[in-house]
Design a binder for this molecule. Structure first.
Ligand SMILES: C[S@@+](CC[C@H](N)C(=O)[O-])C[C@H]1O[C@@H](n2cnc3c(N)ncnc32)[C@H](O)[C@@H]1O
Length: 270
């Protein structure tokens, strides 16, 4: 593996620290108790970082998102870790009735609101809802939607499952409790590489990278967790919940990329 590929996160990491350091110092000065609240501090750093990184990251993902989200998302769409709401721009307004933006970082909410309104989804007519809990908070999601049955037709996760706590448990409960039978789980994530040398560097970078990027881990095999998911059926049999599954890579991506992506479309059995 080329050293330039192995060290490629260093450039973005230094850039992220540079752009977030001063505004974060100002935030700590105005609210010193942030020092005692590491998760709030991490969200603040990430909010400053995403102002600079959000647009170029979306630009780099455009082709993959256009192939994944636009032709497939329909009905009630739950976008986990909506960030600045970039994904709403890929939704076909004729096929999507409601956009649920789940975003625990409140500093991102003004951005996602603007993006949703720009795409024709509004809180006034009920076609747009912000959920402030984490993706792991499925009871809060169901409470907020006042749903007794799984209410969502399409779950979208782009570059989010790298940051959620207990990702395997979170995926399980999103698919079991939130996704309707026949609904789809769409994801675009950077994941653990099958190449040992790349995976070694991903594991080495993971704890450092997360400091600047909201706890993001580079070493999670998210695609394998979704693909290998099993759920207990009503008769007690444990089986895959998927009736269709498709995984593919990002066009033109080098397999030496430390940010190795997988794109997936999985349909839950009816
Ligand atoms: C790298 S950004 C990606 C944003 C957006 N999905 C996109 O592709 O532009 C990761 C997002 O996940 C959010 N996030 C962090 N922890 C989360 C959690 N537990 N549940 C849901 N989202 C979370 C962050 O606040 C951030 O907005």
């Amino acid at each position: 593996m080329r050293l330039s590929n192995a060290l490629s996160p260093l450039v973005d990491f230094c850039h992220a620290i540079r752009v977030s350091l001063w505004p974060t110092v100002v935030d700590i000065y105005t609210s010193p108790s942030l020092f005692l609240r590491p998760s709030a501090l991490s969200q603040i750093v990430m909010a400053h970082v995403w102002v600079i990184f959000g647009n170029p990251t979306d630009e780099g993902a455009r082709t993959a998102k256009q192939g994944l989200i636009t032709p497939n998302a329909y009905g009630i769409v739950l976008d986990i870790g909506a960030g600045h709401g970039h994904n709403v721009g890929y939704l076909d307004r004729n096929k999507v009735t409601k956009y649920l933006a789940l975003e625990p970082n409140a500093q991102m909410h003004p951005h996602v609101r603007r993006a949703a309104e720009g795409a024709g989804f509004t809180e006034e007519d009920g076609s747009f809802v912000i959920l402030s809990c984490g993706a792991e908070g499925t009871p809060s999601i169901l409470d907020a939607l006042r749903a007794a049955q799984p209410p969502v037709d399409t779950i979208v996760s782009t570059l989010t499952l790298c940051s959620v706590p207990s990702p395997e448990r979170t995926i399980r409960s999103l698919v079991r409790d939130v996704l309707k039978p026949g609904g789809q789980f769409l994801f675009y994530e950077h994941v653990l590489s099958p190449r040992e040398d790349v995976a070694w560097w991903q594991r080495a970078w993971a704890p450092i990278w997360g400091i600047a990027f909201g706890g993001c881990r580079l070493d999670r095999p998210v695609h394998s967790w979704v693909d290998g998911l099993t759920l207990a059926e009503s008769n007690g049999v444990v089986a895959s919940p998927w009736s269709e599954r498709r995984l593919w890579g990002k066009d033109g991506e080098s397999e030496e990329n430390v940010f190795w992506h997988q794109v997936g479309r999985f349909v839950k059995r009816s």
